[in-house]
Design a binder for this molecule. Structure first.
Ligand code: TYD
Length: 135
Protein backbone atom coordinates (compact mmCIF):
# COMPACT_ATOMS: atom_id res chain seq x y z
CA UNK A 1 0.00 0.00 0.00
CA UNK A 2 1.30 3.44 -0.86
CA UNK A 3 1.56 6.35 1.51
CA UNK A 4 -0.97 9.01 0.60
CA UNK A 5 -0.27 11.35 -2.24
CA UNK A 6 -1.94 14.77 -2.44
CA UNK A 7 -1.46 16.93 -5.53
CA UNK A 8 -3.17 20.20 -6.36
CA UNK A 9 -3.80 20.35 -10.12
CA UNK A 10 -4.47 23.23 -12.47
CA UNK A 11 -6.37 22.30 -15.62
CA UNK A 12 -6.02 23.85 -19.02
CA UNK A 13 -8.89 26.25 -19.78
CA UNK A 14 -10.11 26.42 -23.36
CA UNK A 15 -11.38 29.94 -23.45
CA UNK A 16 -13.13 31.97 -26.10
CA UNK A 17 -15.27 35.08 -26.21
CA UNK A 18 -18.37 33.13 -25.12
CA UNK A 19 -16.90 31.39 -22.07
CA UNK A 20 -14.71 28.59 -20.75
CA UNK A 21 -14.42 24.85 -21.30
CA UNK A 22 -12.30 22.27 -19.51
CA UNK A 23 -11.71 18.84 -20.97
CA UNK A 24 -10.38 16.00 -18.81
CA UNK A 25 -9.44 12.84 -20.63
CA UNK A 26 -6.82 10.13 -20.79
CA UNK A 27 -3.51 11.91 -21.06
CA UNK A 28 -4.29 14.83 -18.77
CA UNK A 29 -5.55 12.80 -15.81
CA UNK A 30 -3.44 10.50 -13.59
CA UNK A 31 -5.77 7.50 -14.16
CA UNK A 32 -8.51 6.26 -16.50
CA UNK A 33 -11.91 7.24 -15.07
CA UNK A 34 -14.22 4.38 -14.12
CA UNK A 35 -16.74 6.34 -12.07
CA UNK A 36 -17.99 9.89 -11.68
CA UNK A 37 -20.13 11.15 -8.83
CA UNK A 38 -21.03 14.52 -7.39
CA UNK A 39 -22.04 15.87 -4.03
CA UNK A 40 -24.43 18.82 -3.84
CA UNK A 41 -27.20 20.31 -1.67
CA UNK A 42 -25.02 19.84 1.39
CA UNK A 43 -26.81 21.40 4.33
CA UNK A 44 -25.30 24.35 6.17
CA UNK A 45 -22.61 23.35 8.68
CA UNK A 46 -22.67 19.72 7.56
CA UNK A 47 -19.43 17.94 6.68
CA UNK A 48 -18.75 14.86 4.59
CA UNK A 49 -16.01 12.36 3.98
CA UNK A 50 -14.28 11.20 7.17
CA UNK A 51 -12.65 8.26 5.48
CA UNK A 52 -9.64 7.13 3.48
CA UNK A 53 -9.32 4.67 0.63
CA UNK A 54 -7.01 1.70 0.24
CA UNK A 55 -6.48 1.69 -3.53
CA UNK A 56 -8.83 4.24 -5.04
CA UNK A 57 -7.48 7.31 -6.81
CA UNK A 58 -9.69 10.37 -7.10
CA UNK A 59 -9.71 13.90 -8.45
CA UNK A 60 -12.01 16.29 -6.58
CA UNK A 61 -13.23 19.37 -8.43
CA UNK A 62 -15.61 21.94 -7.01
CA UNK A 63 -17.33 22.79 -10.29
CA UNK A 64 -19.62 25.33 -8.61
CA UNK A 65 -19.40 27.14 -5.27
CA UNK A 66 -16.75 26.18 -2.76
CA UNK A 67 -15.78 23.78 -0.02
CA UNK A 68 -12.75 23.09 2.16
CA UNK A 69 -11.07 19.70 1.94
CA UNK A 70 -9.00 18.60 4.90
CA UNK A 71 -6.43 16.06 3.77
CA UNK A 72 -4.25 14.06 6.11
CA UNK A 73 -1.72 11.42 5.08
CA UNK A 74 -1.09 10.40 8.68
CA UNK A 75 2.00 12.62 8.88
CA UNK A 76 0.69 16.05 7.89
CA UNK A 77 -2.71 17.70 7.65
CA UNK A 78 -3.66 20.44 5.27
CA UNK A 79 -6.88 22.30 4.42
CA UNK A 80 -7.34 23.07 0.74
CA UNK A 81 -10.07 25.40 -0.43
CA UNK A 82 -11.66 24.28 -3.68
CA UNK A 83 -13.46 27.22 -5.26
CA UNK A 84 -12.39 27.12 -8.89
CA UNK A 85 -13.61 24.67 -11.55
CA UNK A 86 -10.22 24.88 -13.25
CA UNK A 87 -8.46 23.27 -10.28
CA UNK A 88 -8.60 19.78 -8.85
CA UNK A 89 -7.25 17.84 -5.94
CA UNK A 90 -5.68 14.48 -6.78
CA UNK A 91 -5.72 11.98 -3.93
CA UNK A 92 -4.04 8.60 -4.05
CA UNK A 93 -3.42 5.98 -1.43
CA UNK A 94 -3.80 6.48 2.28
CA UNK A 95 -5.27 9.96 2.63
CA UNK A 96 -7.88 10.71 5.27
CA UNK A 97 -10.25 13.32 3.85
CA UNK A 98 -12.96 15.50 5.31
CA UNK A 99 -15.02 18.05 3.39
CA UNK A 100 -16.21 21.09 5.33
CA UNK A 101 -17.76 24.52 4.76
CA UNK A 102 -19.76 23.75 1.64
CA UNK A 103 -21.33 26.85 0.14
CA UNK A 104 -25.06 26.35 -0.43
CA UNK A 105 -24.51 26.22 -4.21
CA UNK A 106 -21.49 23.88 -4.07
CA UNK A 107 -21.25 20.99 -6.50
CA UNK A 108 -18.25 18.78 -5.74
CA UNK A 109 -17.45 16.54 -8.70
CA UNK A 110 -15.34 13.45 -8.08
CA UNK A 111 -13.56 11.45 -10.77
CA UNK A 112 -12.61 8.01 -9.55
CA UNK A 113 -10.27 5.30 -10.78
CA UNK A 114 -12.56 2.43 -9.84
CA UNK A 115 -16.14 1.35 -9.23
CA UNK A 116 -17.76 1.87 -5.85
CA UNK A 117 -16.59 -0.70 -3.33
CA UNK A 118 -17.25 -0.35 0.39
CA UNK A 119 -14.34 -2.71 1.11
CA UNK A 120 -11.93 -0.08 -0.25
CA UNK A 121 -13.03 2.40 2.46
CA UNK A 122 -11.28 2.94 5.78
CA UNK A 123 -13.91 4.66 7.88
CA UNK A 124 -12.30 4.35 11.30
CA UNK A 125 -9.64 6.97 12.02
CA UNK A 126 -7.60 4.73 14.32
CA UNK A 127 -7.61 1.96 11.67
CA UNK A 128 -6.30 4.59 9.24
CA UNK A 129 -3.47 5.58 11.60
CA UNK A 130 -2.59 1.90 12.15
CA UNK A 131 -2.42 1.32 8.40
CA UNK A 132 -0.19 4.39 7.90
CA UNK A 133 2.11 3.23 10.68
CA UNK A 134 2.36 -0.29 9.27
CA UNK A 135 2.79 0.51 5.58
P1 TYD B 1 -19.51 8.36 1.07
O1 TYD B 1 -18.42 8.03 0.11
O2 TYD B 1 -19.34 7.97 2.51
O3 TYD B 1 -19.87 9.91 0.99
P2 TYD B 1 -19.05 11.19 1.51
O4 TYD B 1 -17.59 10.90 1.39
O5 TYD B 1 -19.51 12.30 0.63
O6 TYD B 1 -19.44 11.46 2.93
O7 TYD B 1 -20.86 7.71 0.51
C1 TYD B 1 -22.12 8.02 1.07
C2 TYD B 1 -23.05 6.85 0.77
O8 TYD B 1 -23.22 6.70 -0.63
C3 TYD B 1 -22.53 5.51 1.29
O9 TYD B 1 -23.65 4.80 1.81
C4 TYD B 1 -22.00 4.82 0.07
C5 TYD B 1 -22.83 5.40 -1.05
N1 TYD B 1 -22.09 5.52 -2.33
C6 TYD B 1 -22.45 4.72 -3.42
O10 TYD B 1 -23.38 3.89 -3.33
N2 TYD B 1 -21.77 4.86 -4.59
C7 TYD B 1 -20.75 5.75 -4.74
O11 TYD B 1 -20.13 5.84 -5.83
C8 TYD B 1 -20.37 6.56 -3.60
C9 TYD B 1 -19.24 7.54 -3.69
C10 TYD B 1 -21.08 6.40 -2.42
Amino acid sequence: MVIGEIVFKKFNIIENATGNLISLEKGNLPFPIKRVYYIYNVKENESRGFHAHRQLEQVLICVKGSCDVLVNNGHAKKVIKLDDPSTGLYLKGLVWREMHNFSSDAVLLVLASDFYSESDYIRDYSDFLDLVTNS
